[in-house]
Design a protein around this ligand. Sequence first.
Ligand code: KG4
Ligand code: ZN
Length: 357
Amino acid sequence: MRILGIETSCDETGAAIVEDGTKLISNALASSIKLHAKTGGIIPETAAREQIKYIIPVINRVIKQANIDTSKLDAIAVTVGPGLLGSLLVGVETAKTLSYVWDKPIIPVNHLIGHIYANFIEQTDYRLRTTAVDGRPSTVDITFPALGLIVSGGHTDLVLLKNHGRIKWLGGTRDDAAGEAFDKIARLLGLPYPGGPAIEKAAQRGNISRFKFPRPMIDLDDFDFSFSGLKTAVLREVKTIEQPALSRAEGLNNRAINDIAASVQQVVIDVLVAKTIKAAKQFEAKSILLGGGVAANQTLRDRFKLAIGNLKLEIPFFFPEKWLCTDNAAMIASAAFFNYKPLEWKKITANPQLYFD
Ligand code: KG4
Ligand code: ZN
């Protein structure tokens, strides 16, 4: 079954054609991220206007790339939420129109569940798709129950996938998401938007031992997260550093920025790894799946591998290729295939607040 996926929940306009939920046939992505970098964050109206500009060219491109007639498409999948209303509407209304004109079923997809399904996309070589605990490419299949960690700009959630379509939410952030914390802290440090990749880069040259930030909720028994206190702690530190009267004052120079970035990244990763592994053990997960923009962070990926290896957990650990961690439409088409619940186009609506049932 060939599904055309459409993703427009935020500042990326994506289309992809995926066969049987796993084989990527074609993919295209346009992004307005450069515009948002100028303003230091997303302005929803700007994002929506850019979606309108890109949506038709992006869909056209994947159909051309796949070199197939649209009659060979079996269904259309579209992100219906969560996300920015104006952005979501562009994808949803386009998908509905195509569904009506082409007479194809349409499958609404939850963006967060989509992030998990990025793990199911194989590319030219299936073995390149997954990575075993020891870092070798692996052919291990994803088995259930699977523990999913979704770490994006808007969400930090732990979910248990008992099977396709049977998802139990275990916990999530009580305030800022992990990516949001990176974005806000990067701004405090004068680093560019999006903050996650900027913090990752700065952290490579930083000293993780110089600053000690709290590891929020790491020892609590639940599966919730909280990252807004980290931002406040960084703000306090930045103010101290900038006070010229203090003997250790050197200003917020590159060294201080790199050192803060290294500690911040370390703290976020410590909490994510600890809670995910605790949940995987408690729910006897047979695989761990990472998804969302923050999952592109190499240190996070390495730390997961290390922790699973050190604990000798026999749980295969999967993360998508980096470009499949951030927003894309391939993951939406994959989620639609494995959770095939078509609706009549009239019944599809965008829902910015959509969460887990
Ligand atoms: O999944 P995504 O593309 O969009 C949402 O659904 O939110 O995630 C974007 C988030 C941003 O907060 C960005 O700073 C973060 O992912 N991010 C990263 C990295 N790449 C993107 N965070 C840490 N390290 C990265 N390499
Ligand atoms: Zn996302």
